[in-house]
Design a protein around this ligand. Structure first.
Ligand SMILES: [Ca+2]
Length: 175
């Protein structure tokens, strides 16, 4: 009996270990200080910054009530060699304060992957339906990246909403 159990545990370990190794880390950002903003592209300093509360740093995007129609975000360009033809897993902690409900469900809080390829065209994958006020929570989704994509970009921010959104512990892996 002991032998069978040991074999079962070994098999379980090998399976767990191999699936872990199959996930390649693409981007990992815990915002451990103000300089973390330099690892993003297209930053709008008036609206997006690394904020600090109780010694904890995080990305914060704020849109005042009179600027609703624009998009406020930071972007991160993902190197294509790491993601073409793979499935990206996007995970982040998110917190919202008075984020207004957008007219279209794909707007509002953006945790969005954008690709553009000859075969599939432009694709946007967002974690839809986030607005209002809520405490830190983890959001997670997967998106298939076309084999022939010419761009891969992830956006964090607000579009067609006002309010404040915070992001932390961003982890993107590919398999
Ligand atoms: Ca942090």
């Amino acid at each position: 009996m002991k032998k069978i159990l040991t074999a079962a545990f070994s098999a379980a370990f090998v399976l767990t270990a191999s699936s872990l190794f199959a996930q390649e880390e693409i981007f990992n950002e815990a915002f451990n200080g103000p300089e973390a903003i330099t690892r993003f592209d297209d930053v709008m300093p008036a609206n997006a910054k690394v904020a600090e509360k109780d010694g904890k740093y995080f990305l914060q995007v704020n849109v005042p009530a009179d600027n609703k129609s624009k998009s406020y975000s930071v972007k991160r360009v993902i190197p294509l060699g790491q993601v073409k033809g793979k499935t990206l897993k996007v995970s982040a902690m998110v917190k919202a304060d008075d984020v207004t409900k957008p007219k279209d469900p794909w707007n509002g809080i953006k945790i969005m992957v954008y690709t553009d390829s000859p075969t599939k065209g432009k694709l946007w994958k967002n974690y839809d339906g986030l607005f209002g006020t809520f405490d830190w929570k983890k959001v997670e989704y997967e998106v298939a990246i076309p084999e022939d994509t010419l761009v891969c970009q992830i956006t964090f921010g607000l579009q067609d909403s006002t309010g404040t959104v915070s992001f932390d512990d961003i982890l993107i892996t590919a398999k």
